[in-house]
Design a binder for this molecule. Structure first.
Ligand code: ZN
Length: 501
């Protein structure tokens, strides 16, 4: 049995090396590659993904897995986890006909080009035909994977294994019932919070230099990672010992880089802290997008937008930006970074209204996939939902239906994981506080080691060994995702800031 396991590991290692080499090319594409490199890079990436897919779906991998299924390893062991996780990946990969995979790759890469131009020209009609094709391909993918309850389940499963649309619907309904009235109550108290202090000129290099302080303090290891700039912030890793994050800077909006850095830093901590025994195996990294997002949201919002965090960092921020913040009270700054106001763009939304943007996308995706909404009618449906959830009508398609890159790249079923991450961050953190009730006082002293250690022990080190639901069960004892801790946090925080009765 050991010989078979060694053979499987060595094959997976080769595949993993190819995938990581592709990731380096992908990282370079978004950071340093000159525009002229785009066509050649697309070819290079497509060749690598073809080779990797062929190697992984080879019959021999299936035979090794079938033999190893007879082995008696302890459920929690790296061996049993590897066999379990890889069997699942393998079954999924084998379900997609190579012709479909090829057509997806071509259409999705073209989709991004068409979308970029349509968005720049604020014109949905240019994107309509290819989006219809993308929706159709997603339907084909879902049918190939198969599903029990709804077609959405098959697509969601790619990002949030084992979760169903009906589970998502249930927690979203619970959130909606509380958040919609909260957004209205805040709207009636808008005058309480002004964020004028954030809308000044901020030197880019100074923003970069300041951002490195909290990034390193929360535990990002610069010897095993680095930060660069990119148009859209992201995290990628080529090894647990080489994790890359990117940040973007706006001269007139300091919050973007400040919280974007903490957000990507949170993703990076998860990647850097897989157990060393998982290095180079497909078990390193995060288990699902929702759990990954719970880590980024934890550091960005729960820690990074807390009073205690700024008790420590605000005097330092004032030193970096004396002209902008020297005369500004810390409480004014704290409220400014937590201002909640309905807005058009998801990525710029605050903690309260953010989820409403996700509800809208979740509903539209389901309608598209069940053919109850035609792609041609999508902009109108988008605008109607924006009006009903946020009371706003986008002035053009770029600020409306064309704002996100996901659909153009073929990703449907992805959006819910953002809100699942928000919910999970608090479901986990409420447990952390039971073990370590004095954490906020530690933040006020600039100490984050105990928080990182708790997450390393309970979540990070396991990599992909356990599913999101298994982690939730192990960490909190709950039988799945629960909105309660998140809602309590949001209501308490914002009632206080906006002086709601
Ligand atoms: Zn994220």
């Amino acid at each position: 049995m050991q010989a078979k396991l060694d053979t499987l590991n060595s094959k997976l290692k080769d595949i993993q090396n190819i995938n990581h080499a592709a990731a380096v090319l992908g990282w370079d594409q978004q950071t340093y590659m000159p525009p002229g490199g785009a066509a050649a890079r697309a070819e290079q990436l497509s060749t690598l993904s073809k080779i990797s897919h062929e190697m992984f779906t080879a019959a021999e991998i299936g035979e090794l897995l079938a033999d190893l299924a007879q082995a008696e390893f302890d459920y929690d062991s790296d061996e049993a986890s590897l066999i379990r996780v890889i069997q699942r990946d393998y079954d999924k990969a084998r379900k997609l006909p190579p012709k479909l995979v090829e057509e997806m790759s071509r259409t999705f890469s073209m989709g991004q080009q068409v979308w970029t131009k349509a968005r720049a020209e604020k014109d949905f009609s240019q994107f309509q035909d290819i989006l219809a094709k993308i929706v159709d391909l997603n339907i084909q993918v879902a049918e190939a994977y198969g599903y029990e309850e709804s077609i959405y389940d098959a697509l969601l499963d790619q990002y949030e294994p084992d979760m169903k649309a009906s589970d998502v619907q249930q927690v979203f309904d619970e959130l909606k019932a509380e958040l919609v009235p909260l957004v209205q109550a805040i709207a009636e108290h808008q005058e309480v919070v002004d964020d004028f202090v954030l809308q000044q000129e901020f030197d880019e290099q100074t923003q970069w230099d300041f951002g490195l302080l909290p990034l390193q303090a929360i535990g990002f290891d610069m010897q095993r990672g680095r930060q660069d700039k990119s148009a859209h912030p992201f995290t990628t890793s080529f090894s647990t010992n080489d994790v890359r994050i990117t940040t973007r800077f706006h001269r007139e909006m300091i919050a973007s880089a400040l919280f974007g850095t903490l957000h990507e830093g949170g993703h990076a901590l998860y990647e850097q802290n897989s157990d060393p025994t998982l290095e180079g195996t497909p078990l390193a990294g995060g288990t699902s997008l929702g759990v990954h997002e719970s880590q980024s949201r934890l550091w960005e919002n729960v820690v990074g937008r807390s009073r205690e965090f700024w008790q420590f960092y605000y005097p330092k921020l004032q030193e970096f930006f004396p002209k902008q913040f020297g005369a500004v009270d810390r409480e004014v700054f704290y409220r400014a970074i937590n201002k909640s106001k309905p807005s058009l763009i998801r990525v710029e939304a605050d903690e309260v209204t953010y989820n409403l943007h996700i509800f809208l996308r979740f509903e539209l995706e389901q309608a598209l996939l069940t053919n109850s909404l035609k792609v041609a009618d999508l902009p109108e449906a988008w605008n109607a939902k924006m009006e009903s959830y946020l009371g706003l009508t986008p002035p053009d398609d770029a600020k409306g239906v064309l704002q996100d890159i996901h659909w153009s790249g073929g990703m449907m079923g992805y959006f819910p994981t953002y809100t699942l991450g928000n919910i999970l961050s608090l479901q986990f953190y409420s447990q952390t506080l039971k073990d370590l009730p004095d954490l906020p006082e530690q933040f006020a002293k600039g100490e984050f080691g105990a928080l990182l250690e708790w997450f390393r022990e309970h979540i990070h080190r396991h990599g992909r060994k356990f599913t999101a639901n298994e982690l939730i069960q192990r960490v909190t004892g709950d039988d799945g995702i629960k909105a309660g801790p998140y809602l309590n946090y949001i209501k308490r925080k914002y009632s206080e800031i906006y002086e709601l009765a």
